[in-house]
Design a protein around this ligand. Structure first.
Ligand SMILES: *Cc1c(COP(=O)(O)O)cnc(C)c1O
Length: 366
């Protein structure tokens, strides 16, 4: 078949909103200090690696995994303190849970609401699921929540679900509890509080899922140090979780993830030490950034810091840092409010020194 024939068919059949999307882009990072994706920079001590490999020997790759991964569920309930009477469902990353929620609700012009800028998957998955996306802008100076604007958008759009990242990505801030409660109480449908950065803050809604009929709390083990496993979790009233479970593909948590996650969560104290170190490094990195002229770091409760560069220089500085061997995330152009912004992941002390040096060299090179 000719290439033109294929193009015609693709054009005819692929939904226009899919053709309009760009696939999620992950830049090459080989040889670079990778500080663009909020990964935990620490790995495991050798004896732990050996014990893990020993555990993997028992994984029966010829068998389907357990459909509900009860061992992982039990460990998560224990380590995260999930309320006993709450329902729990696992996803192949929390990205998959966002997708399941959208698939449960889509149809009949239903809408997803969030704030802008926030996690890009909310709007991407809305589009993929055929839902409309409503993004309510955050404050253009400090990215704080415009609660009145959110409440009036709720009133106007009657969203089926509201996603709020807490702390927010890519801005790093927490929204005030009392404002989130007002939103939960005003929402006609679901509210999902996305706590992907829970290991880096003391704030959480997990203990409050029983208080509101429409509240779900989502978490992931990715940012804590297990991004490679792809494991997210959603907590809420069993009546909601039971419905979402119908959308979940039967074996969405593969056996290597189940065995590895169970093993890793038996060693939660290791991750706690690592994430505590990252929190300390966040404080140090933020103070260093504060001393650099011409840039503005935004306070963060997560394992990254959003920084505004001098006007019209973010792209060049990002490129120059990469040439110095440090990969961070350029957000200039992603959304109007993020003009001139880069997002720096908090790494090890050595990595942070390297990214500070790269940033300072880039700033001075104009
Ligand atoms: C990173 C991130 C996620 C994605 O988590 P996975 O479990 O790796 O899919 C979800 N929400 C927010 C806000 C994030 O920043």
């Amino acid at each position: 078949m000719s290439e033109q024939g294929i193009d015609t068919l693709v054009n005819q059949w692929v939904r226009p909103e899919i053709k309009g999307l760009s696939a999620y882009h992950v830049p090459k990072a080989s040889g670079l200090i990778k500080l663009d994706a909020m990964e935990n920079p620490y790995n495991w001590p050798d004896e732990l690696l050996s014990a893990w490999l020993g555990r993997l020997r028992g994984a029966e790759l010829n068998r389907y995994p357990h459909p509900q991964a009860p061992g992982v569920q039990a460990r998560l309930r224990q380590t995260m303190g999930i309320p006993e009477d709450a329902g729990l469902i696992l996803g192949n990353g929390s990205d998959e849970l966002i997708q399941m929620i959208a698939m449960m609700l889509a149809g009949g012009n239903r809408k997803i609401l969030s704030v802008d800028p926030s996690f890009v998957m909310y709007s991407m998955i809305a589009t993929i699921a055929g839902m409309a996306y409503v993004g309510v802008p955050l404050d253009s100076d400090d990215f704080s929540l415009d609660t009145e604007a959110v409440l009036s958008a709720i009133d106007q759009h009657q969203p089926a679900v509201i996603f709020l990242a807490y702390p927010n990505n890519p801005t790093g801030n927490l929204f005030p509890v009392k404002d989130l409660v007002r939103i939960i109480e005003a929402a006609p449908g679901l509210v999902v509080i996305d706590e992907a950065y829970a290991p880096f803050t003391d704030a959480s809604f997990l203990g409050r899922v029983g208080e509101f009929a429409n509240l779900l709390v989502m978490r992931t083990v990715s940012k804590m140090g297990l991004a490679g496993l792809r494991l997210g979790l959603l907590v809420g009233a069993p009546a909601w979780i039971d419905q979402i479970d119908k959308i979940r593909l039967p074996y969405n948590i593969n056996i290597l993830t189940q065995v590895s996650a169970e093993f890793a969560l038996e060693h939660q104290t290791l991750f706690d030490r690592q994430t505590d170190a990252i929190r300390e490094q966040r404080v140090a990195l933020f103070s260093s950034l504060k001393t650099i002229d011409g840039i503005r770091p935004f306070p963060s409760e997560a394992n990254f810091i959003l920084v505004r560069m001098p006007k019209e220089r973010a792209v060049e500085i990002h490129g120059s840092m990469r040439e110095s061997g440090v990969l961070v995330k350029n957000l200039h152009g992603a959304y109007p409010l993020l003009a001139d912004c880069l997002r720096l992941t908090v790494g090890t002390p050595e990595e942070n020194q390297a990214q500070l040096a790269a940033l300072q060299a880039a700033l001075q090179s104009a």
